[in-house]
Write a protein that binds this ligand. Structure first.
Ligand code: AMP
Ligand code: ZN
Length: 480
């Protein structure tokens, strides 16, 4: 049994496919106008662990995640870059896929894009206008009439009155002409700044609003009611509230059985933003000398319902990423355990992994998988893995016992999506930035600039690398 907190009912609820066969879930995907940041990846990585946990529990999953490839930001930035919207968003989509791949995220089963579903969105608007839930304004836009949907605010527990009066302080969309402050755009009439990015519709030229794409794609691929809908906590209001209003007004059915929201990642205690200089991507992490597996480990190290504070800089403002260094050590410890079990067994290969995945005999590691089944408790699962690893002494084990434990261990690593370094650490690839820094240190040393040499050595150490002087020059190795 898998249980997960549901934002709608505010309680832990058991999960099982509504149709008794396939668990169908939708995750709001990235807006492809620039690189996804490590906060976005916290959400996507934990959704991936969720899917893996379902599958390892014998539940067939169908995972749909959209691409937002038309909105204000994609249009504005593609124009600034002098590229067509398609060329621009295709580029960022490919970058996103590359990062997902490095982070060992499984591809969703389906990845529909907003631009490819404009007819579906228009059809839904027509239905909403026909039912009296939407109206056209003088500027050629179509708005959803929030007061027409009695249940509006159910997910976020916002009062309709507060919304109508603007007393909540939340203005959902203030750029266009509409009857009430809470109403939101389903269709945005063409404006000059949209350039060539407009489509024909019964209300004139324009483009769809952001909230509508998810409603249209959910309905197309998952039906009127599906098992679970997910996104970062910032999407509860207004995005998911609006999705519910659109979909449920059309279908008359409850949109999703379960709502799964993930709390944000903070950097040095604050929101990540370019202007604050604390905006990190996977590339930043790799250039600083860490691996994508180390980042994944950090991202799953806190429970999804708690914010994760990613410490990047120390008190002097120097970037040293202590959690990534700790992750490196943790992964090396786990890799060492894996090798020790392998040695007892003596033969390479699958060693019962596939069998353990199917049958579920995970030895001492069963508890770790159970922790994931109980509200996707990734820190608890990691804690249980380390307890098991500590307690299992290779010297006292038979090959058969080691085979059961190794298979169980690998199943849990698979659930977490952790790929361990296969080789001894001395074979680890050294990032260019680290080699350059080590050279700079060597040169500073030759020039007898001792303070500079020490400073660089410390920076390397903070990034998890050690330089050792040798007869021929120097050697770089990961810090143990
Ligand atoms: P976006 O590309 O901005 O539409 O966001 C893609 C996903 O990342 C959504 O599910 C967001 O809720 C989520 N997200 C955005 N910022 C953060 C953050 N700092 N931490 C965790 N998830 C985030
Ligand atoms: Zn969405």
């Amino acid at each position: 049994m898998i249980r997960l907190f549901d934002t709608m009912t505010r309680e832990l609820r058991g999960l099982s496919p509504l149709d008794g066969e396939v668990f169908r879930f939708y995750c709001c995907g990235p807006t492809v106008y620039g690189p996804a940041h490590i906060g976005n990846f916290r959400t996507f990585v934990l959704q991936d662990v969720f899917r893996r946990t379902l599958e390892l529990s014998g539940i067939k999953a169908y995972h749909v995640r959209n691409l937002t490839d038309v909105d204000d930001k994609t249009i504005r930035n593609s124009e600034a870059a002098g590229k067509s919207l398609k060329e621009f968003t295709d580029f960022w989509r490919d970058q996103f896929h590359e990062d997902c791949n490095k982070l060992n995220n499984l591809m969703p089963h389906l990845e529909p894009s907003a631009v490819e579903h404009i007819p579906h969105q228009i059809k839904m608007i027509e239905e909403l206008v026909g039912k009296g839930n939407a109206y056209r304004s003088d500027d050629g836009s179509v708005y959803y009439k929030v007061s027409s949907f009695e249940d509006y605010g159910r997910l976020s527990r916002l009062d309709q009155r507060e919304l109508r009066d603007g007393a909540s302080g939340v203005v959902t969309d203030d750029e266009y002409e509409k009857d009430s402050v809470a109403d939101f755009a389903l269709w945005k009439g063409r404006r000059e700044e949209d350039g060539d990015n407009y489509w024909e519709s019964p209300w004139g030229q324009g483009r769809p609003g952001w909230h509508l794409e998810c409603s249209a794609m959910c309905r197309e691929y998952l039906g009127d009611t599906f098992d679970l809908h997910s996104g970062g906590v910032d999407l509860v209001f207004p995005h998911h509230e609006n999705e519910i209003a659109q979909s449920e007004a059309c279908t008359g059915c409850e949109m999703a059985e379960h709502w799964f929201h993930l709390t944000h990642l903070l950097v040095d205690g604050g929101k990540m933003s370019k202007s604050a200089g604390n905006f990190y991507t996977l590339n930043h992490v790799i250039e600083a000398g860490f691996s994508s597996a180390e980042l994944r480990y950090v991202l799953i190290s806190a429970h999804y319902r708690q914010s994760l504070n990613f410490v990047a800089k120390d008190k002097d403002g120097i970037e040293n990423f202590p959690a990534l260094s700790a992750a490196r050590q943790a992964l090396q410890r786990l890799a060492k355990f894996e090798r020790s079990m392998q040695k007892v067994i003596g033969v390479d290969g699958d060693n019962g992994f596939e069998e353990a995945k199917k049958v579920g005999n995970l030895g001492t590691f069963a508890e770790a998988l159970n922790a994931l089944r109980e509200d996707l408790n990734t820190p608890d699962a990691l804690g249980r893995v380390f307890t098991a690893v500590k307690g299992l002494k290779a010297a006292a084990m038979t090959p058969e016992e080691a085979a059961v434990e190794l298979a169980g261990f690998r199943v849990v690593m698979h659930a977490l999506g952790i790929e361990l370094p296969q080789e001894e650490t001395s074979h680890v690839e050294i990032p260019t930035k680290i080699t350059e820094k080590a050279h700079a240190r060597w040169e500073a040393k030759q020039a007898k600039e001792w303070d500079e040499a020490d400073r660089l050595r410390e920076e390397l150490a903070a990034a998890g690398w050690e330089v050792k002087d040798t007869k021929e020059g120097f050697e770089i190795c990961p810090k143990n």
